[in-house]
Ligand binder design. Structure first.
Ligand SMILES: N[C@@H](CCC(=O)N[C@@H](CS)C(=O)NCC(=O)O)C(=O)O
Length: 209
């Protein structure tokens, strides 16, 4: 299978999760500005929505949307999701919250929103991170075991770090714990991000200059 990605984007959660699952995959970078892949293909002809991640399966099927990609990986490797009769439901519940509440809250920070809208977005991100911090159980979101949801939250904590969003000491400790996982180190290395673990390229965010 092949994961279409952009360095440090939400697709990083898929890469980490594939490594956690022990799945051998290919990775093809997409230039988010030109929508050209590193092999020179027009990404919009591969995925008309233009977003990463997209997971292309060997049988010709393709999975888009982070929730579906991460759920697919957890389906392949169930230890990457919570146990119990409601395990799958709890995973989808949390991935949905991460995607539709937290991820979406970052959007104004990447686009041409006004300074006031960006300030509101930063406050919202901080508030949502506080909420998830209070829900943290033991080491990870679902308890002692790492899940695909942790991979997704880790990616967004990197963004939050770059944007100087204040987070709780528990969140700092959680971030360090996830960052230290060999699969996460490997994924960051592969995307050229290891030297700037808590930073993303914010040079393009005009309002933050
Ligand atoms: N609804 C999509 C959104 C994914 C998304 O926002 N991806 C960003 C990177 S984190 C992207 O591809 N942005 C490209 C663009 O905005 O042109 C999902 O959940 O997978």
């Amino acid at each position: 299978m092949k994961l279409y990605y952009a360095p440090g984007a939400c697709s990083l959660a898929g890469r980490i999760s594939l490594h956690e699952a022990g799945v051998a995959a290919e990775f093809e970078r997409v230039d988010m500005k030109t929508k050209i892949t590193e092999q020179g293909y027009d990404y919009l002809s591969i995925n008309p929505r233009g977003y990463v991640p997209m997971l292309a399966l060997d049988d010709g099927n393709a999975i888009t949307e982070n929730i579906a990609v991460l759920e697919f990986i957890a389906d392949h490797e169930p230890t990457l999701g919570p146990d119990g009769p409601l395990g799958r439901t709890r995973l989808i519940e949390l991935l949905s919250w991460l995607s539709t509440e937290l991820h979406v809250a970052f959007r104004p920070l990447w686009d041409s929103a006004s300074r006031a809208e960006k300030a509101n977005a930063l406050n919202m991100v901080a508030k949502l991170l506080d909420i998830i911090s209070e829900q943290m159980r033991e080491h990870y979101l679902f308890g002692p075991r790492f899940s695909v949801a942790d991979a997704y939250l880790f990616v967004m904590l990197r963004w939050a770090g770059a944007l100087c969003v204040p987070v709780s000491p528990e969140m700092h400790a959680y971030f360090a714990r996830v960052a230290a996982r060999p699969t996460v180190q490997r994924a960051l290395w592969e995307e050229g991000l290891l030297d700037a673990r808590s930073l993303i390229d914010i040079s393009s965010i005009e309002a933050l200059k």
